[in-house]
Design a protein around this ligand. Structure first.
Ligand code: PLP
Length: 473
C-alpha cells in the first residue's frame, strides 16, 4: 500500500466528534467542565490528530483510552491558571523571572483588606474631601530615608522616566560612560534618556570617570548630573568612579542637581549581616544626591514599585507632571508597599519578616539545618526510587544587586532512578506546582535558601508527581 492510501485509511478511522462525545468517560467529564468547553477540546484534539497523520508525524492511531487521556489533560491545562505559584529552587533570591520578592505576611494581608472592598485610596478621612493616593506612603518614606519628599510610581523604570522628563526634557544630562547600563528587559539608560526628551552627554571612560570630566562638560543647557548604579555588573581593575559627594559639591557650586538611579535600593545596612557594599538610600541622600530612584521589589522586598525620594522642590513638580497619571501605582501595590515599609520602622522586624531580607541573611548553619529538615521530611514520604543527597554551593542575590556576591548555601540533589538530571529538571517544571532548579555537573540541584518551610509540602507533591511520571515511562 502506498503512503497516501495508508494515511487515508488512518484519517477514516479517526473517530467522529459526536461519537467521542458519547463515550462514557467523556460523558463523565460533563460533571466537571461545561459542555461547550468539552466540545471545543474534543474538536481540537481530533484536528491535531488529523494534522499529525497528514504531515506524517503519526504512523499509527492512538486507542480510545489515549484519546480520552489527551482530552482530559487538555481540559486541565486550559482551566489551570497561566500565572501560578512555583517553587524557587534556584537560590536566586530576587529572581526577576519568578516574580522578584516574595511579600511579607503583613503585605499580603494589606492586599487582602484593600482588594476586598472600598478604601480611602484617594479620600482624605480628616476633611472628607478628595485625597492623594501618594499620601499613604510619603511620610513613611521620608521617615525611613531622611528625605524631604517622596513619590511612588509603577516601577523604577517609570521613576527614572518621570524624573528625567520632569527635570531634564530638552536639556542636557551628564552621565559617566561607565554607567550607561542595560538592566534587562530592554531598559537601557541611553534609550530611556532619549524617551524622556533629555540629551545624553557621555563623559569619562568605561573604567574611569573623574569629577573634572563632569566639570568640563557643563554647558548653559546642562540640567542634571545623573549617576546610575551599575547593578548587574562590576568593573574591576584599574577603575575610578566619581563619588556622589564630589558630584554634589560641584553641582551645588554650579546650580546643577544630582540624580541617582540606585537600582535595587536598600533601606537597611546589610554590612553587619555580612553583605557589604550597598549603601542605604539614607546614605545616598546624606552624600548629597538631590533625587534618588529605586525599586520596590528588589532588595526592599516589597511589591513592584518605583520610589522617588529627595528634595521637595524637585519632587513637587513631578507630582504635577502629566506622565504621572500614566505611571501611577495601583491600590494593591500601594497597600502592600505601605505594609512593607512599616516593618522597616523596626530593623529587627524587617529582617525577620521580609522574606527577601530573611533569605539573603540566612547563615550557613541555618541553611544546613533547613536542608536536614527538608531531607528528613521528604525521605519519610518519597518512594524508594527517589533519592536525595546534599552538597555545598552558592546562592546569589539577584535583581541586579551584588553581582559578584556568592552566598554559601546547601544544595539538595534529587535523583530519580532511570531518569537523567535534565529529564528530572523538565518534569519538575511541568508539575502542578512547578519546581525551578538547576542542572550542574550532571546533577539536578535545588537550593534550600529560597525554599521556605511552607513550600515543603508542595515540593513533596511535585516530587511525587514527577516520580510517578518518570517511572510510568
Ligand atoms: C532594576 C533597575 C532598574 C529598573 O527597575 P524596575 O523596578 O525593574 O523598573 C532601573 N535602573 C537600575 C539601575 C536597576 O538596577
Amino acid at each position: 500500500m502506498n503512503v497516501t492510501v495508508i494515511k487515508q485509511n488512518m484519517l477514516k478511522n479517526i473517530p467522529k466528534v459526536d461519537r467521542v462525545l458519547e463515550w462514557p468517560q467523556v460523558q463523565l467529564l460533563l460533571g466537571q467542565y461545561p459542555r461547550p468547553e468539552i466540545l471545543h477540546v474534543v474538536r481540537l484534539i481530533l484536528d491535531r490528530l488529523r494534522d499529525s497523520v497528514k504531515n506524517g508525524a503519526r504512523t499509527d492511531l492512538p486507542d480510545n483510552r489515549e484519546i480520552i487521556g489527551m482530552i482530559g489533560s487538555e481540559l486541565r491545562s486550559r482551566t489551570a491558571p497561566s500565572l501560578r505559584k512555583v517553587i524557587n529552587g534556584s537560590g536566586v533570591v530576587v529572581h526577576t523571572n519568578l516574580g522578584r520578592s516574595a511579600l511579607a505576611d503583613a503585605a499580603e494581608a494589606a492586599i487582602q483588606t484593600v482588594s476586598a472592598g472600598y478604601s480611602n485610596l484617594e479620600f482624605d478621612l480628616a476633611t472628607g474631601e478628595r485625597g492623594s493616593r501618594y499620601s499613604h506612603v510619603e511620610g513613611l518614606l521620608c521617615e525611613l530615608t531622611g528625605s524631604e519628599a517622596a513619590l511612588v510610581v509603577n516601577n523604577n523604570a517609570a521613576a527614572v522616566i518621570l524624573a528625567l522628563s520632569s527635570l531634564a526634557t530638552g536639556r542636557e544630562v551628564i552621565v559617566s560612560r561607565g554607567e550607561l547600563v542595560e538592566i534587562g528587559g530592554s531598559f537601557r539608560i541611553p534609550d530611556v534618556m532619549c524617551q524622556s526628551g533629555a540629551r545624553l552627554v557621555e563623559v569619562g571612560c568605561t573604567n574611569r570617570t573623574h569629577i573634572r570630566d563632569y566639570q568640563n562638560a557643563i554647558t548653559d543647557t546642562t540640567s542634571l548630573f545623573l549617576k546610575v548604579h551599575t547593578s548587574n555588573f562590576a568593573i574591576v581593575g584599574f577603575t575610578a568612579e566619581t563619588r556622589l559627594e564630589e558630584m554634589s559639591a560641584l553641582g551645588r557650586e554650579r546650580g546643577i542637581p544630582v540624580m541617582l538611579d540606585a537600582g535595587s535600593g536598600c533601606l537597611v545596612d546589610l554590612a553587619p549581616y555580612g553583605i557589604k557594599g550597598e549603601p542605604t538610600i539614607r546614605r545616598y541622600l546624606e552624600a548629597g544626591a538631590d533625587v534618588v530612584t529605586f525599586s520596590g521589589d528588589k532588595l526592599l522586598g516589597g511589591p513592584q514599585a518605583g520610589i522617588i525620594v529627595g528634595k521637595k522642590e524637585l519632587i513637587e513638580p513631578m507630582k504635577k507632571h502629566p506622565l504621572l497619571r500614566a505611571l501611577r501605582m495601583d491600590k494593591l501595590s500601594l497597600a502592600s508597599l505601605e505594609a512593607t515599609l512599616r516593618l522597616y520602622r523596626d530593623e529587627r522586624k524587617a529582617m525577620a519578616e521580609i522574606p527577601t531580607l530573611q533569605m539573603l541573611t540566612l547563615s550557613p548553619k541555618e541553611l544546613s539545618s533547613r536542608a536536614d529538615r527538608l531531607m528528613r521530611y521528604l525521605r519519610r514520604q518519597l518512594p524508594e526510587n527517589v533519592t536525595l543527597a546534599r552538597h555545598s554551593g552558592e546562592s546569589s542575590a539577584g535583581g541586579g544587586s551584588f553581582p559578584l556576591l556568592q552566598l554559601p548555601t546547601t544544595l539538595v540533589e534529587v535523583r530519580i532512578a532511570g531518569a537523567t538530571p535534565s529529564r528530572i529538571e523538565t518534569t519538575l517544571r511541568h508539575t502542578v506546582t512547578p519546581v525551578v532548579g538547576r542542572v550542574h555537573r550532571d546533577r539536578f540541584l535545588i537550593d534550600v535558601r529560597t525554599i521556605p518551610e511552607k513550600d515543603f509540602p508542595p515540593l513533596l507533591a511535585s516530587l511525587l508527581e514527577s516520580a510517578t511520571i518518570l517511572t510510568e515511562k
